[in-house]
Design a protein. Structure first.
Length: 159
């Protein structure tokens, strides 16, 4: 099974109400299981029932503030800023190990190819590297938070 087909199957499960998908093709077998993301579901329920889309900037959970961002609604007026988005669905990690320091912090200068984070997808750890040279202005995702394809992760001020 080629990588494009695998990615399309993952996207299909992520964007639909399908909880589990099994595919057998020749000698290949794949099983994709979508985990329930209760916090994400609660944010969407609150957004659709109680708040208008324009007024919904953030929702406070009991433990931490979680910003609700939509990639099509996120506007950056400064042409020197660049948004680094998630290339896949998975779990975001700031560092390579739980007790190690993060790859980057706000104010870190990064070059093209600098590792910014790791996204775990299907038990595979994928390093996400900087596409541009600049300074990290904002980190939009909390450690160990689920991320969607195309979700903004970092705001970079271009150098």
């Amino acid at each position: 099974m080629d990588l494009k087909k695998l990615k399309s199957l993952i996207d299909l499960v992520a964007k639909s109400n399908i909880k589990e998908l099994e595919v057998t093709e020749e000698k290949n077998y794949i099983r994709i299981i979508k985990e329930s993301i209760q916090l994400h579901d609660k944010i969407l329920m609150l957004k659709s029932k109680n708040l208008s889309d324009q007024k919904c900037n953030s929702i406070t959970s009991e433990k931490k503030n979680i910003s609700v961002l939509s990639s099509d609604k996120l506007t950056i007026n400064d042409s020197k800023k660049y948004i680094i988005k998630s290339p896949m669905v998975g779990t975001f990690y700031h560092s390579s190990a739980p007790n190690s320091s993060p790859f980057v912090e706000i104010g870190s200068e990064v070059k093209i190819g600098t590792t910014l984070c790791i996204i775990e997808a299907m038990k595979l750890l994928n390093e996400i590297n900087s596409e541009k040279q600049g300074i990290i202005k904002k980190i939009l995702v909390e450690n160990e938070q689920p991320v969607e394809f195309g979700q903004p992760l970092f705001i970079l001020k271009l150098i």
